[in-house]
Design a protein around this ligand. Structure first.
Ligand code: BTN
Length: 327
């Protein structure tokens, strides 16, 4: 009920009467009053005026919990269920367990801190409390397993779009899916899948965004940044999470129609920081240096190498000149 009340009060700048809340939620005035006390205890300033009703005066700066996220999401599939924990080992590991237990496609899990946050290539993802977004989305798409890795690009694009819209920052993508601002990494994405040869059981897209984080360990400070460091002030993590999901739902529907990046390619290329820049590729197919041209329909990075041959890079590490210390 907290989620619904938050949603209704946020949608209305004026007063909403107790009677109206009772009618819309089908509960008693006492139940509304009790939930309102919980909302106030969370740090909301709520004005209650006799014969007028309730109104938000001020929302807490950056509260993150299930109701905060859910009350901001009104999408078809994405965010159909939202789970939150103060602390978890890894939201990806938790999401996998839920997916195996039958959680529906679109379920979103989120935590305030991770004790064993996972990064790509077996690295760890530093996940301190109270400052960032650690979330994982469960998807059960009807696509071939070989198309699933493209979802990581779809999420990268959605995060970049959400950051741009919410903060005005010039967020770009370092192929395939790091979101960068001012040449430093702001977000990492780890996609994991469980599949049969021709059938996807589930895909977990894990997203870590540095939001209200002021400091990074010395070894990361040249390579990592946060929304707060770039903007100079905090933003609501719940708002940003909802905005990412909004963009993802839109882009996911487009992706599902073709199972590739053919329609999203031009939007992706617009924010691709590798584009028209010198890159170094270390991939299973060997090393090469050249000019990145953009992606193809499959989401592979096109690199024109010194021999003028255009390589399609589908996996591997790509360093971009000017980013993360590659000079
Ligand atoms: C990377 O190495 O760039 C990917 C980092 C992905 C981190 C996120 S945080 C939420 C989710 N849970 C995890 O354990 N990892 C991902």
């Amino acid at each position: 009920m907290k989620t619904e009340i938050l949603k209704i009060l946020r949608e209305n700048s004026g007063y909403v009467s107790g009677q109206e809340l009772c009618r819309r939620l089908g509960v008693s005035r006492t139940a509304i009053w009790k939930t309102m006390q919980q909302i106030k205890a969370d740090g909301y300033e709520v004005e209650a005026v006799p014969n007028k009703g309730y109104r938000f005066v001020r929302e807490p700066e950056d509260l993150l919990n299930e109701s905060e996220i859910k009350s901001r999401i009104a999408l078809e599939e994405i965010g159909c269920q939202v789970y939150f924990k103060e602390e978890v080992d890894s939201t990806n590991t938790w999401a996998k367990k839920l997916a195996e237990e039958g959680a529906p496609s679109g379920t979103l899990v989120c935590a305030d801190a991770q004790t064993r946050g996972k990064g790509r290539r077996g690295r760890s993802w530093e996940s301190p409390r109270g400052s960032s977004l650690y979330m994982s989305l469960i998807l059960k798409p009807d696509i071939l397993p070989l198309h699933a890795s493209t979802l990581t690009l779809v999420m990268g694009l959605s995060v970049a779009e959400a950051i741009r819209e919410k903060t005005g920052l010039d967020a770009g993508i370092k192929w395939p899916n790091d979101v960068v601002v001012s040449g430093k990494k702001l977000c990492g994405i780890l996609t994991e899948m469980s599949a049969q040869m021709d059938y996807v059981e589930y895909v977990i897209i894990g997203v870590g965004i540095n939001v209200n984080r002021k400091e990074f360990p010395k070894e990361l400070s040249d390579m990592a940044t946060s929304v707060e460091l770039e903007l100079g002030h905090k933003i609501s993590r719940a708002d940003l999470a909802a905005k990412v999901m909004e963009h993802f739902e839109k882009n996911y529907q487009i992706f599902l129609k073709t199972g590739d990046m053919s329609v999203l390619r031009s939007d992706y290329d617009k924010v691709l920081v590798n584009r028209n820049r010198q890159v170094k590729v270390t991939s299973p197919g060997g090393h090469c240096e050249g000019m990145a041209l953009g992606i193809n329909d499959k989401g592979e990075l096109l690199v024109e190498c010194s021999d003028h041959e255009i390589r399609e890079v589908y996996a591997g590490e790509v360093s971009v000149r000017g980013l993360y210390g590659y000079v």
